[in-house]
Each structure stands twice: as C-alpha cells, then as structure tokens.
Design a protein around this ligand. Structure first.
Ligand code: SF4
Length: 359
C-alpha cells in the first residue's frame, strides 16, 4: 500500500541489501576514512549543494590548511574565505568558522555528540546534525539529504514527501547498530544507482522492495517541484586603476556573496563620485562575464578607468546604511590573496590581461 510503513522483515531486508552493496562497492571517498567529528563536519558542510568530484580536492586542501578544529577556529576570516573560494554558497564557510569558534570558546573544543546539541551551532540543520551524530558518534539518527529524499519517495512510492513523512520513514529504516554507515549507504544509493534521471533499477539491490518500481512510477517520484524562474540581470562593474593597483571592496555581511572581495558595482562616474575619486580617462570596456546563481543569471559588464587623485574612504555605508564596506587598493598579486567569487576572479583575469605597463 502506498506510503505506509514496511513490515519489520522488509525493513531488515532493505537494510541488509543496501549495506551489503555499500560495504562491497561504495566509492572510496577521503572522508569515509575519518572518525574525527570535525573532519566529518567539514565534509558534510562542503557536500551541501556541491558535487563529490568538486568537493574532494577542496576537502583535502582544507585539511592541510586547517587539520583540526583549533586551527580553523584560530584562522583569520579572510584565510577561511580564501580556502573556500570557488566552492560557492559562501555562507557555509562563514557559519562553519563561527561554529568552530563557539565549540572552542564555549564547549571546551568538543563537538556536540547529540543532534540537539549540534543544531545549536550556526549553519547546522537537521540533515547535517543527523549525519555528524550518526557517522562520528554512532547516534541512531536519520539524515535526509536530496539523495535520501528521492530514494525514500521511490521505495515507498510517495509523490510528495513532506519533511515529517521523510523523518518518519528515515527513522523507521535507520540501522540500529550501524547508523552512520546506513545513512551513507542510502546517500550512496541515491547518488550512484537511484539517480534523479534514469535510475538503474536493473542493478538495484532493493528492487524487490521498491513500490515505485512495482508501480512503474519511479521516474515520477518524487514529483518535481515547480521552479522559480531564473531572473536575468546586468551588473555594471568599475575596475579602477591607480599606479598598478585596483580597488576592491568587501561585500556587506548579509546577502549574496557576503564578506567576499569584489570590484565596485555601478558605473565609473557613480562609483567614483560615491568614493570621492577623480578619474582622468574615459572608461573602456572589458569583455562581459556571465555567472549563473540559483535564481539569477548575471551578466557583469566591467569597465576600466584610471584614477588621478584622492584616497577612497576606507569604509562607506551600504545601500541600507547599516553595514560598512572595506575598500583596498591592491596589486594583482595582492588581489590573488583575497577571496573573490568566481565571476570577480574572471574580471580580475581580464583586467590583468589587458593591463599595460604600470599606470
Ligand atoms: Fe531506485 Fe529503481 Fe531501486 Fe526503486 S528499484 S530504489 S527506483 S533504483
């Protein structure tokens, strides 16, 4: 019958079949050799909304730079953001940095062992708390990410699984003595066999227990949510030049790409006026740079202009007049040391490529 619990016998068979497959054929990923909760935490945060192939080199470099919780808690914010540069969804790095500081300062350096304790920390939601608690500490807790949601919707043939339904089904299935391996086995199954499109049902170890397969509905489970339309925007960018340096500004603490460094947004005359800069040449355009965010298709239109006088204010109010924006004149080499979003790195490369002798 649709969506209802499985019998205890069936639950046992599903667990055994998926764990056997996991033990035999799981991908060899670096975080799977870890029992250190900090390292498992890092991997889970990086893997949110990011593919395994992308995460792996970041994870390895991260642990060389910040091998333990104390080293990350002690790190400068800019160094943390630089290490995350290119991984996207930068809020994850900010929260992780804040959270390890709390663990160091308020919890004696010990990562909480319970789902409730973990969820008190910034950036740790229900999924991440369940994953860390089960994998690092063997706590019997479910962990429902996008892969697990899809597998459960298909196993139980549920078109529109609600969070409460998912929590109940995942709790019903979680293995009582190997909860961490079980949660990873479910995720692995969703990532490699029960994939979003064209699931490989012919080689699925739980096909005999899959209600969607029996009903022929697996391609429609879960039902696809209607996506918000992607909005196209054009953003003017000003690349100031002065004595071989360019001006970067730190983005405000809230909103898109918060806390990262970027070229000023706006036309050269507007930005120059707002920063009390005098410019001496007509701007010339660099190639446009396109970047797709989740709900935004952004085209950046950079223009280069030379500055002849005046220091920019070291800080200026943002549009809401609440935050401060740091500004810095940097050489190309110094710019490379700061954390810039991918589109801004491309603009930096275009500027470097067109630059003549020092101005
Ligand atoms: Fe997924 Fe197909 Fe296996 Fe069902 S039979 S769990 S749809 S791979």
């Amino acid at each position: 019958m649709k969506s209802e619990s499985m019998s205890a016998e069936r639950v046992a068979l599903v667990r055994r079949s998926l764990l056997e497959r996991y033990d035999r054929a799981a991908r060899d990923l670096p975080w799977r050799h870890e029992s250190d909760p900090y390292r498992i935490w890092v991997s889970e945060v990086m893997l949110q909304q990011t593919r395994v192939d992308t995460v792996t080199p970041y994870y390895e470099r991260w642990l060389e730079q910040f091998p333990d919780l104390a080293s990350l808690a002690d790190a400068e914010h800019d160094d943390v953001m630089k290490a995350w540069e290119g991984l996207g969804y930068y809020r994850r790095a900010r929260y992780l940095h804040q959270a390890v500081g709390i663990v160091r300062d308020q919890l004696g350096g010990e990562v909480p062992t319970t789902v409730e304790g973990l969820r008190e920390l910034p950036g740790i939601g229900e999924y991440t708390a369940g994953a860390i608690a089960s994998i690092a500490y063997g706590t019997v807790s479910p962990a429902v990410d996008g892969n697990v949601k899809r597998v459960l919707a298909r196993l139980y043939d549920e078109a529109r699984p609600s969070p409460a339904w998912l929590r109940d089904r995942a709790s019903e299935l979680v293995h009582p003595s190997r909860p961490g391996d079980w949660n990873q086995a479910l995720m692995e199954h969703g990532a490699t066999v029960c994939t979003p499109r064209s699931p490989r049902c012919g080689e699925c170890p739980v096909q005999a227990h899959c209600r969607a397969f029996a009903a022929g509905t697996q391609d429609a489970r879960p039902a696809r949510a209607r996506r918000d339309p992607v909005r196209a925007v054009e953003i003017s960018i000003t690349v100031f030049e002065r004595e071989g340096r360019t001006l970067l500004m730190r983005r405000p603490a809230g909103g898109l790409l918060a806390g990262l460094w970027a070229f000023p947004e706006g036309s050269p005359s507007d930005v120059a006026a707002s920063l009390a800069l005098v410019i001496d040449s007509a701007p010339h355009a660099l190639d446009s740079v396109r970047h797709r965010f989740t709900h935004l298709d952004a085209t950046y239109l950079p223009e280069v202009v030379r500055v002849v006088s005046s220091e920019p204010r070291t800080s200026a109010p943002d549009a809401k007049g609440v935050e401060s924006l740091d500004t810095r004149w940097v050489t190309p080499g110094e710019a490379d040391e700061l954390a810039l979003p991918i589109a801004q790195q491309k603009i930096l490369s275009l500027w470097k490529a067109q630059r003549g002798p020092a101005v």
